[in-house]
Design a protein around this ligand. Sequence first.
Ligand code: NCD
Length: 359
Amino acid sequence: MAEEKKLSDIGWKDFKKLPLSEKGAYFHGKHTLIAQQFTRAEIEELCMLATRIKRINKRREGANFLKGLLSDKRAMLYFAQPSSRTYLSHNAACQILGLDTMDVRDQKTSSEVKGETPEDTIRTFSSYADLIIMRHPVGGFAERVAWMMAHTGREIPVLNAGSGADQHPTQALLDVYTLRRSFENIGGIDGKHVVFVGDLARGRTVRSLAWMLSLYKDMTLYFIAPESLQIGQDILDQLDEAGTKYVVSEDFASAMPVADAIYMTRIQDEWDVEGESSTTDASDYHIGAEHMDIIKDTCAILHPLPRRQEISTEIDNDPRAVYWRQMRNGMWIRAALILKTFGREQEANQYYDDYKPEA
Ligand code: NCD
């Protein structure tokens, strides 16, 4: 990672104009705001730490040790958009590490209804908390919050738990963690064919994950969607720059047999301006029992969830359906990320090396 820079040293307009590849230097080691801030080595480190935390947590003494690590810290969960998994897994990750949590999950219950700006609301949270975990419908707002706090003198870490239709970096981390575990016995992530299906235009999880996978060698990414819901050119440009191969197509059937992983997504109709999703035929972007003989025996089927009809429940018990495991992985990787954010990972590593908890 390039030299670290301070958010307090740059004006908002100049910061906003920076390409994603340059923004990371301002967040590094503190905030988690965009997928592009991570190096492969950092992702691998977090994955290893997640597995260690999971193993340590299996025994009561280990769980008690983990709970002591950040018991002097408080986290604010500010979720201004619906969430089940991301909210609960961050909350559970905090509990594993002993952080107390507070939350605002409905803007109607915050002083924003009295006309307070979101900036002031968040500044208020920062007075009581040591960490802000936030989801917001406005793309880039989490970055704005981090910048703003750097300029108020209380720059507490901000974790972006989903912003607009653009970024979902912690989901991308848990997705990479899931792929890594799924491919453990078949050579790891390098060289794999990952097929993204569904609403790729407005699905922030795919946007963040596609970029993270460009850090791996010899990948081929397939973007399978109806034309109107295809992945943004900005992501394709980033893949070009990284030298990652990709295929953009509407044809799911041809991609299925070559897929090492299939990443399904739902239609994100909450972003519709005029109900345009209702006129898009997405029925071909579906996987069910009829496809189980076509896909590889080792193929991993992922979904950030929530799902609608794009995955039939009848395949839920197929060993290749990893989406429930993927969801649980979110808790462990988020615990790893929070521990690392506070610079306390060495203690967990030391505990692991001393006690070597079993897998
Ligand atoms: C995703 C999201 O919110 O972007 N959900 C999640 O965080 N697991 C995907 C979605 O809502 O479709």
